[in-house]
Each structure stands twice: as structure tokens, then as C-alpha cells.
Design a protein around this ligand. Sequence first.
Ligand code: DGL
Length: 269
Amino acid sequence: MTPSQNYSIGVIDSGVGGISVLKCIRDYLPHENLIYVADSKFAPYGEKTSEEITRRVLTVFEFLDMHKLKSVVVACNTATAASIQILRDQFNYPIIGMEPAVKPASMLSKNKVVGVLATSGTLLSAKFSALLEHHGSDIHFITQPCSGLVELVEQGDFKSPDLMALLKQYIDPLLKENIDTLVLGCTHYSFLKPIIQVMMPSHIEIVDTGDAVAKHLKHILVEKKLLSLSHTAGKLDFWTNSLDPNAASVIEKLWGMDSNTFSYKGLWS
Ligand code: DGL
């Protein structure tokens, strides 16, 4: 099926983290119809093998394939690192991935000491090593896997004592190394940006990738003549396979806009 301008854009993640990217996409592309799919029943992806992650992502694409799509954004650094090439080889519409903002951080950092918070899957991937090699030759990168954070964000937790304690455990070693820039290399962590900001000295710049991904998506749609021609607000459907009875209210809290701006579809698998 050749993609067309009035088809939808899929946005996927292991769970609700990709909603941080979805918000940027909605800002840049207000007239597009968006379908968000959260694989929350199988989150987190961060400590799974690439083969397991690829199997899950292909299952999500199988579901998405029931819709007419013109592009899919893999709003997950871990899934991008594990599967993006396999997806691009298999589907005929543009597939946009994510990677930790190593390049912008290396340009922003004045003292050349940069911290990266991400999942183990992302930090151990060949894609991430190549990224550091390519953009970070003169930078001291300190990487920190953050086991447990995704699960808390999945529950809509942005500020409990448990969350604060976990964050402190991950951030303190970076502060000791005197970082002046911090990369949030997992889309779930973007929701923790305000709390991370207050836990660190104010001169430390925090960078994530949602905005750049949304801009890139728009560029690709323009280039491929796939931009929607509509002048009315696009539709937004949220699909999740979460078994948590609070899933809808977590999504509503993270989306943070009037719930009339989306429809909640519940279980997709
Ligand atoms: N949100 C994801 C990312 O950007 C994945 C988190 C996970 O499921 O471990 O990497």
C-alpha cells in the first residue's frame, strides 16, 4: 500500500514514555491523525535482549498495520537501538527512530564532561557505541543505566520518595564527576526533567530528543509530500495493553491536555 497524505502517523514505545515525544509531534504537526501504541504489558524493554525487543516491536507493528499509515515514529531509544534496521527493511513508509542526544550535548558542553541517563539496552548497544565514537571523541561521557525508573513512570510517579531516592542514586555519581550537560536518553525520563532539574545545580543543561524527532518527522513528511492537507485538528488514539486499572488516568496525566483531545482505546493485545 503506497502511503498517502490522509493516512495516520503511528507512534510507539515500550509504554507511556513516548508520550513525551508525542507532545512534540502534536506541537509541530497539529493537523495529523496520530495513533499511539504502548506495549506497557511488556515494559520495560531496557533489560531485555535485542531479539526479545525486536519480537515485541514487530508485534506492535503487526497491530499498527491494521491502520492506514504513512509513517511510524519509534519513540523509544531502546527499541530503536535493537530493531530500527529490521523495521526499515520490512516496511515501505518512513520509520523515524530516536537516539540519545549525544551530538547536541557534545556541542553544548563547555567543560566537555557529559552525563547520559539511559536504559542498559541502549547503553550496551552497538548503535550507542558508534554514536559516542562519532560525536564524542573530545568529550568525557559518563553513562548511567537507570534500572527501575521506567516502572515508576509507567505508574505515573514523578515525585514519590522512592523515585527521588532512585534518581539521587543515579545522579550523584554524575555530579561528582562535574558534568555540565545531562542527556536524557530514554523517553520515559523526559517526564522526570522538572524533578531532575531541581536535584542538580542550575547551570547543568538537560537535553532530550523529542523536539528534534518531531522536527525531523515534519521534514520527512514535507520531503515525501505526505504532509496532511487538512486544516482541522488531527485525531489522537491511545492504545495500550496495560493491565493496570489506572492506565487511562496515567495516560491522561502524562498527556496533560484536555482529555477531549484524545480517545482512549484500552487493550490492543
Ligand atoms: N522509553 C524507552 C526508551 O526510550 C524504553 C524504556 C524501557 O522500556 O526500558 O528507551
